[in-house]
Write a protein that binds this ligand. Structure first.
Ligand code: 13P
Ligand code: SF4
Length: 638
């Protein structure tokens, strides 16, 4: 779904590099293939991921094949920005064997480097997802590859810093020295180029104060190589007057702590100067190449028929099409929780993420077994709240009020571990889903005066706002720096600082951009999006709500949808008379939902046929008893 214009610019930048690569690698010809392959031999190549990562550079790879031999066909099976699992088919090529083999290495070199950048960027972006910080690249790119490297950063979910020396001024220590101070340097810069944005680099808090004294304010201040405690002080001194960027020595190990200080941007040179290529290879054979995917599809079809009434397959809306096709029930997490209680089947195979399968296991009847095709398919959001941390926060609330159980109803979003659901069951609390969060919150506030909501800060904040609770009455918990007692006592809603790394990637700029292009567009977003995005949207609701609204709209309606991309793409296909786009320019996919494939579904079903239970999801009886209580409280609300 990457814009055509963006692709055009990318190809313009890539064309001379591709020509150079063809000249250096193929030159007058591929001696080996020309000696061994007859000219009429046709080959088919499957470009396959060998490691998990984010794909970037498909159009560049396609262009390499086209430039080597325009009769080669290139079919992409995923999109730039999409995460792939090991073994996943990225693209297929078909054409004259000599040309396919000659172009292979060059195409992979581009694709692997760009995907490596996108993959590393995504790791940084994920590491700071629950903060306000955005990840930026630098000018430390491979000479000549600036546009390609920066494109790959965007596909990873990062933002671009200035492109070159000419599109933004960055005043560094050498400039300051030459001008005789920060203030004269900014004055000269403004006089020379009034329209260019200006960023000033500062190395200590004194310099920061000088930079802040400039009026009108500069566009951004860079905190260069500062210690964490200094960065924290800088954030508090700046108090939001100028956006702050941290730069220098940022590693994956440190980035979350830096982001937690409250800075706006973090620039990371390593994204492009130390790139590990993503492991991608091409398997070549004579067409038709053995189609492993359709083998699995027919295997699942047969196994499902053979298991008959004993089996029910549940599929969440974010699942791959080829998986959802086999779901007896598809739905959002609320529907699936209900369906799990109604089925009579002996085996419930949950095509979704682990907490969903756990929920089904908690609600299952005696004798029913819940299985998941990939045990490691977790949820980023659920993982932001560990039981011990939530318990520690609960103890702090208890210390602040004396009797926490009289003051707070705990609510856990269904995207959480069984242990947290049990915690809610034990303490008079309840579970909610994105479909009923407002209703559950209302109920909870009728029970006790305050609510402790985890793990998704955005869902909690968005729903509390909808009920008229002001931001001043909400407290965002901080695991690193515990809030003081006064702040806790003022809070009506305490929010856990968790978030979903998929929905977090929708930004207010995206809403402005789609509205500018299409003034009549309807923006509909999931409540896991940030408050700033929800506030700008026309509607907010669960995945089932989004589907219902799109279905009910008249043909010709234009939609920008802020939720996981597989669902958006399915809606596009199912409603060709409506104009549907993803709200984000690089549409986000849920990596862990994508871990469920027809191949691992087939493995689980094949084992069931042999009488073996693989990947069964268990919840111990005590945890299940309390968690069921919290879930049943929710289901009773209707
Ligand atoms: P729904 O409850 O809307 O299905 O959402 C579940 C989920 O995982 C959203 O990210
Ligand atoms: Fe979890 Fe977000 Fe994926 Fe939903 S989309 S399963 S909340 S990581």
């Amino acid at each position: 779904m990457v814009e055509k214009q963006e692709e055009k610019l990318l190809l313009q930048a890539a064309a001379p590099l591709i020509d150079l690569a063809i000249a250096e690698d193929i030159g007058p010809g591929d001696a080996t293939s020309e000696a061994i392959l007859a000219p009429e031999v046709v080959l088919q190549g499957r470009i396959v991921a060998k490691a998990a990562g984010v794909v970037a550079g498909l159009t560049v790879a396609a262009e390499v094949f086209r430039r080597v031999d325009s009769s080669i066909e290139f079919i992409a099976h995923v999109a730039d920005g999409q995460e792939v699992v090991p073994g996943e088919l990225i693209a297929e090529v078909k054409g004259p064997g000599r040309s396919v083999l000659a172009a292979e290495r060059i195409a992979l070199n581009f694709l692997q480097r760009m995907s490596g950048i996108a993959t590393l960027t995504r790791r940084f972006v994920d590491a700071v997802a629950c903060s306000r910080a955005a990840i930026l690249d630098t000018r430390k790119t491979l000479p000549g590859y600036r546009l390609l490297d920066k494109y790959a950063v965007r596909m990873g979910g990062g933002l671009n810093h200035r492109l070159s020396l000419f599109d933004m001024m960055l005043i560094k220590d050498n400039h300051v020295e030459a001008a005789g101070g920060i203030i004269p340097a900014v004055t000269r810069a403004r006089q020379a180029q009034p329209s260019l944005p200006i960023e000033v680099e500062v190395r200590n808090l004194d310099e920061l104060r000088q930079a802040l004294s400039i009026s009108p304010p500069v566009d951004r201040i860079m905190l260069d190589n500062m210690r964490l405690d200094e960065i924290r002080q800088a954030v508090s001194i700046t108090a939001g007057r100028v956006p702050l960027e941290v730069s220098g020595n940022v590693t994956l190990g440190r980035v979350a702590e830096i982001a937690a200080t409250g800075v706006d941007y973090i620039s990371v040179g390593a994204l492009t100067h130390s790139v590990p290529a993503l492991d991608i290879s091409m398997e070549v054979g004579r067409p038709p190449v053995r189609e492993t995917r359709s083998d699995s599809v027919s295997q699942v079809t047969e196994l499902k028929a053979a298991l008959g009434q004993r089996l029910v397959i549940l599929g969440h809306h974010y699942q791959r099409d080829e998986v959802i096709e086999f779901a007896d029930f598809r739905g959002d997490s609320l529907q699936l929780a209900r369906q799990a209680t109604q089925t009579e089947a002996q085996y419930i195979v949950f095509c979704g993420v682990h907490f969903m399968a756990e929920t089904a296991a908690i609600l299952a009847r005696p004798g029913q077994h819940v299985l998941i095709p990939d045990m490691t398919a977790g949820c980023y959001l659920a993982d932001t709240a560990a039981l011990e941390d939530v318990q520690a926060a609960w103890s702090c609330l208890d210390a602040a009020f004396g009797d926490v159980e009289a003051e707070f109803t705990p609510i856990t979003y269904v995207n959480s571990s069984a242990a947290l659901k049990a915690f809610c069951g034990r303490h008079g609390g309840v579970v909610c889903t994105s479909g009923n969060a407002a209703q559950v919150l209302r109920w909870a506030l009728e029970q006790r005066p305050r609510v402790f909501f985890f793990p998704d800060q955005h869902l909690g904040r968005n729903m509390a706002r909808r009920m008229g609770i002001s931001l001043e009455e909400m407290l965002l918990w901080n695991v690193r720096h515990l809030p003081d007692v006064q702040a806790i006592r003022r809070a009506r809603v305490v929010l856990w600082p968790g978030c979903c790394n998929v929905h977090q990637r929708f930004r207010p700029e995206h809403v402005h951009a789609v509205r500018e292009r299409f003034p009549d567009i309807r923006v509909i977003v999931h409540p896991e999006c940030k408050m700033e995005v929800v506030d700008l949207a026309d509607e907010t609701g669960s995945t089932a709500y989004i589907i219902k609204q799109v279905r009910a709209a008249p043909p010709g309606t234009r939609w920008a949808i802020g939720t996981e991309t597989r669902l958006v793409q399915r809606l596009q296909r199912e409603h060709p008379k409506q104009h549907i786009i993803s709200l984000a320019e690089v549409p986000p996919y849920c990596r862990t939902m994508g871990q469920i494939t027809v191949q691992n579904l087939a493995r689980v079903l094949a084992a069931l046929m042999r009488g073996e239970m693989v990947n069964e999801v268990f919840v111990d009886a005590e945890t299940a008893r309390w968690a069921r209580m919290a879930l049943e409280r929710m289901l009773e609300l209707g």
